[in-house]
Design a protein around this ligand. Structure first.
Ligand SMILES: [Ca+2]
Ligand SMILES: [Ca+2]
Length: 205
């Protein structure tokens, strides 16, 4: 049986809604190389709002992993204090500490052409800064999403809206770009935890 995602997609393409992006749900996959021929550089945007009209500092970070699922070197952990990977393929555009305003609050750029060939996965995570001392968690977030945009055309390719299964989580592996037989596939992960950014460092460093 063809998964519903694919049915929707073929429906959309036959109706020529070519600017409509794909909405992924948890576990959903999208082959960027196959579906978007010629795609070179993507912007991974993370947006969020705080329910109570206050501020919440969410941080987007990327772990560039080799085939052993570990960072190829410490400098391949890209976050607010290390904004660029050594190969220049991943760039973080800077820390946003409030999330105020619509649209992307933090952005990570990824160049598929210049990425170090040893990189097999780019794992994108979101973690709440100082979650414990500020008593913040994902339950306080509204409209958190991750989306992928073609940098050249500024067109949104796909989007994954966060559906926090556990509102008490303080960080989440949002999604990953994974190399599969030389093609880049985006996978919506949506797995949360309670160890902060350090929890991911413990796993991937
Ligand atoms: Ca931030
Ligand atoms: Ca926002």
């Amino acid at each position: 049986m063809i998964p519903c995602r694919d049915l929707n997609r073929s429906f959309l393409s036959t109706r020529s809604f070519k600017y409509m992006s794909i909405n992924l749900s948890k576990g959903g996959k999208f082959n960027l190389t196959k579906k978007e021929p010629g795609l070179k550089k993507v912007m991974i945007g993370l947006g969020w709002e705080f329910k109570e009209g206050n501020h919440l500092d969410l941080d987007a970070s990327a772990f560039l992993l080799g085939s052993n699922k570990k960072l190829v070197a410490d400098e391949y952990f890209v976050f607010y204090n290390n904004l660029r990977s050594p190969d220049g393929s991943v760039e973080h555009t800077g820390d946003n500490r409030t999330g105020i305003g619509e649209g992307d609050d933090e952005m990570i750029l990824f160049n598929m052409e210049t990425v170090n060939p040893s990189i097999d996965e780019v794992v994108v995570v979101a973690s709440i800064h100082d979650a414990q001392s500020r008593n913040h968690n994902f339950g306080l977030l509204d409209d958190a999403y991750i989306r992928i945009v073609d940098v050249e055309t500024q067109r949104e390719i796909l989007r994954y809206d966060l559906d926090a299964e556990n509102p008490l989580n303080t960080e989440m592996e949002f999604g990953k770009l994974r190399k599969e037989d030389g093609e880049w596939v985006f996978e919506a992960i949506g797995v949360g935890g309670n160890k902060g950014l350090q929890g991911f460092i413990d796993v991937y460093a």
